[in-house]
Design a binder for this molecule. Structure first.
Ligand code: DOR
Ligand code: ZN
Ligand code: ZN
Length: 446
């Protein structure tokens, strides 16, 4: 037998250990992991020269944009950013134009994406107006639902607890998860309106409006609703000490909940905003230093299940609006997340096992992405190859994303994704995209 590809001289993260091995790949799957002598003949052979092979990383929180928001990012540029950042699978958020919130909008989005993507892409849907549509959306292949609590994005009335319970029950019957952006709309809008009336239009007012309590209130409300429905809730971008505390409380009482942290909430604090200005403005915002310490502890001890980029690109002009309330919030993070985390491996704060758990194993498990998240025979050949010894500076101007800025611009990092394979195909080599648009695959929930 002749397989498609053999990767020789690899150091691969297998079963919690880094092992010297070779990998044979055929038909998009890992065919064999073994020593040189046991490798079949191959059409192509690549010598990895002792580089580290990780299971292809999964980013469960990405705003790929496209369609009417393609001026900010499109399916090609967004997935090029992913693959350049060592990410092989992304889950796309639904706050698009048009909003992904029906079988039809989801189908159109998938069709639009298919010929452009470079990685595996799964799609979230917002909630439809009509609960009957939920089953149709699931049938169409949505990986999970997303609920924004800060403002009305989808069709489900976020002010109505009964409606939420009903929708969550329906989702639970279909065994699908709900990811939530937990910031309380009522509390937030009230503060925002007061600041606007007082003509307070700076970053400080924005931070005060998006207070810790705004996050905690939404989390507690959702925990309450979760209790009545038993649905799996995934809390996106937890950013505060008391927010995490509330989630840990729910976990301790065995609720089916998980949560995520982002690089900006781990690495940045309000002090950094003096330098970055509105460029680093996100929802929820970065916090005071003591919150980042709490989040890092949560990452280390497992209360925080996954890391996700919350890649949220906007144009530079949108980021620099004069009045803070007009600034488009979010930062592009697909090309910074892994380098930042690998740097923490060098510094000893994280281990490679932590990175793989937080960025591959757990996201695959939580979102039921079958055949992904770990390196084993039979799994899809999604591989993130990294050079742990490469020291360099993050250069936002060279991003593949259309958003060529970053609060991490010029940060010194150590550890670089150097090759990315998606379903057995080499897509990124040394920072260059070496595959055609459309080489990626749409992931539908089975
Ligand atoms: O900072 C954010 N940006 N928070 C969100 O909830 C939305 C996101 C976006 O889509 O830009
Ligand atoms: Zn969010
Ligand atoms: Zn987001």
């Amino acid at each position: 037998m002749i397989v498609d590809l053999v990767l020789s001289n690899a150091k691969a993260y297998l079963k919690k250990e880094i092992v010297n091995c070779n990998l044979a790949i055929d038909n998009g799957k890992i065919f064999k992991i073994s020593n040189e002598a046991k490798m079949p003949k191959a059409q192509t052979k690549i010598d990895l020269k002792n580089l580290l092979v990780l299971p292809g990383l999964i980013d469960a929180h990405v705003h790929l944009r496209g369609q009417e928001k393609a001026y900010k990012e499109d399916f090609y540029s967004g997935t090029a950013a992913a693959v350049a950042g060592g990410i092989t699978t992304v889950l796309d958020m639904p706050n698009n134009d048009p909003v992904t919130m029906s079988a039809e909008t989801l189908r159109n989005r998938m069709e639009n994406a298919e010929k452009k993507i470079l990685v595996n892409v799964g799609f979230y849907s917002e909630f439809p107006r009509n609960v009957e549509e939920i089953a149709k959306i699931v049938e169409e292949g949505a990986v999970a639902f997303k609920l924004f609590m800060t403002e009305q994005v989808g069709g489900l009335n976020i002010d109505d607890d009964h409606a939420l319970v009903e929708a969550f029950k329906t989702v639970n019957q279909l065994k699908v998860s709900v990811a939530v952006h937990a910031e309380d709309k009522t509390m937030l809008k009230k503060a925002e309106d007061e600041f606007k009336r007082a003509n307070r239009n700076g970053i400080e007012a924005f931070l005060k409006a998006h207070s810790e309590n705004v996050e905690v209130k939404a989390i507690k409300r959702l925990l309450n609703i979760a209790e009545q429905t038993d649905v799996h809730i995934h809390f996106c971008h937890v950013s505060t000490e008391n927010g995490l505390k509330a989630i840990i409380g729910g976990k301790k009482s065995e609720m089916p909940i998980t949560c995520e942290a982002t690089p900006h909430h781990l690495f940045l604090s309000v002090d950094d905003l003096e330098k970055t200005g509105t460029l680093a403005l996100t929802m929820p915002p970065v916090r005071e230093k003591h919150h980042t310490e709490t989040l890092w502890n949560g990452v280390k001890n497992g209360w925080i299940d996954i890391l996700a980029s919350d890649h949220a690109p906007h144009t530079l002009q949108e980021k620099k609006a004069k009045v803070v309330w007009d600034v488009k919030v979010g930062i592009p993070n697909l090309e910074t997340t892994l380098p930042l985390m690998l740097t923490e491996v060098k510094r000893g704060r994280l281990s490679i096992a932590d990175v793989v758990r937080l960025m591959a194993e757990k996201p695959a498990e939580i979102f039921k992405l079958k055949g992904r998240g770990c390196l084993k025979e039979g799994n899809n050949a999604d591989l993130t190859v990294v050079d742990l010894n490469r020291k360099y500076k993050i250069e936002a101007s060279k991003f593949h994303s259309k958003a060529k800025y970053s609060p991490f611009d010029r940060w010194k990092v150590e550890g670089k994704p150097v090759k990315t394979f998606v379903n057995g195909q080499l897509i990124m080599d040394n920072g260059e995209i070496v595959a055609k648009a459309g080489s990626g695959k749409i992931i539908r929930r089975e």
